[in-house]
Design a protein around this ligand. Structure first.
Ligand code: SAM
Length: 290
């Protein structure tokens, strides 16, 4: 469809079959699924509609919208950027090239926060490096007594996070602060949660082109050994955790032992490394006793 001209009518089924082959040839890992998501987007419908009306022909406008999104995807733009949104922990979030595309591991990080956090008393939660705001917004949505602070060094990311708070109707429960980690943050928190940049600078070049060229390096670059940002955050944790306050951070799969040492060196208690669903070290957790 991309290079060829559509002279006859194309039905939903035909368009999807064609795109699957086109995407397969481009090395896209889930060609049929992505074709469905893009077509639903171009038709402003949900994917179920595609199954309910497979023989419906596309109008000229629909074909033209679909062709445009297929070409963007084919040329390497991440699917989430093409459609401009992502689903995370049951909620919808806007995403653009100023923000990291939220990953499933971060949903697991949030799972742990939701399990640990009390619901029967007011708590203060901090999301360091909020990006699209997924962690902050989900904490506000799923922890009804939480007052949330969301921090990012990138004003453009904060703008997206604010929009996402509005989209999910929690803007009155989140304070957004442009800050270099804790530099403009005041007070103490019951939960400090972060998915900091944790890819070592050396490894950045080896990331897939889609990530390298479309996601902001400020969201990825964890410095020489990947743990520079974790160290920078750890240096201020004791000042900002309430007694019995908990920190949870996402880390690289090969950083468990070193991340554990970083938190033990600042004398947090109960420091543990938790694994993700793939069985890899992925989260470091610690508690501040006093
Ligand atoms: C890995 S992304 C995480 C985004 C989002 N929390 C998520 O999990 O999808 C890291 C975020 O940290 C932010 N960041 C990087 N350096 C920072 C700093 N010194 N202070 C505050 N935020 C920073 C980046 O702008 C980016 O949004």
């Amino acid at each position: 469809m991309g290079g060829t001209t559509l002279t006859t009518e194309w039905t939903i089924r035909e368009v999807l079959n064609w795109t699957r082959g086109y995407f397969e040839g481009a090395g896209i890992v889930q060609p049929r699924l992505e074709a469905e998501i893009l077509l639903a987007h171009a038709l402003d419908a949900n994917r179920l509609h595609l199954y309910l009306a497979p023989d419906k022909p596309l109008t000229i406008d629909e074909r033209s919208r679909y062709r445009s999104v297929v070409q963007q995807r084919r040329s390497g733009t991440p699917l989430q950027h093409v459609i401009g949104e992502v689903s995370f922990y049951g909620l919808r979030f806007r995403v653009d090239r100023e923000t990291l595309i939220p990953r499933t591991e971060t949903e697991e990080l949030l799972d742990q926060v939701i399990q640990l956090a009390p619901r029967d008393r007011e708590i203060r939660c901090l999301d360091l490096g909020t990006g699209t705001g997924v962690i902050a917004v989900c904490m506000a949505r799923y922890l009804p007594m939480a007052q949330v602070t969301a921090v990012d060094i990138s004003p453009a990311a904060l703008q997206v996070a604010r929009e996402n708070a509005k989209l999910n109707e929690v803007e009155d429960r989140i304070e957004f602060i442009e800050s270099d980690w804790f530099s403009r943050v005041e007070g103490k928190f019951d939960f400090i949660v972060s998915n900091p940049p944790y890819i070592s600078t050396e490894e950045l070049d080896g990331l897939p082109r889609e990530v390298r060229e479309h996601e902001p390096s400020v969201a990825l670059d964890g410095g020489t050994d990947g743990l520079e940002k974790v160290r920078a955050i750890a240096a201020q944790l004791r000042t900002h955790l309430r007694p019995d306050g908990v920190v949870l951070m996402e880390i690289g799969h090969d950083q468990g032992a070193r991340a554990q040492e970083i938190l033990e060196n600042i004398e947090l208690a109960d420091v543990s490394i938790e694994r993700d669903m793939a069985g890899k070290d992925r989260f470091v957790v610690g508690r501040c006793l006093s």
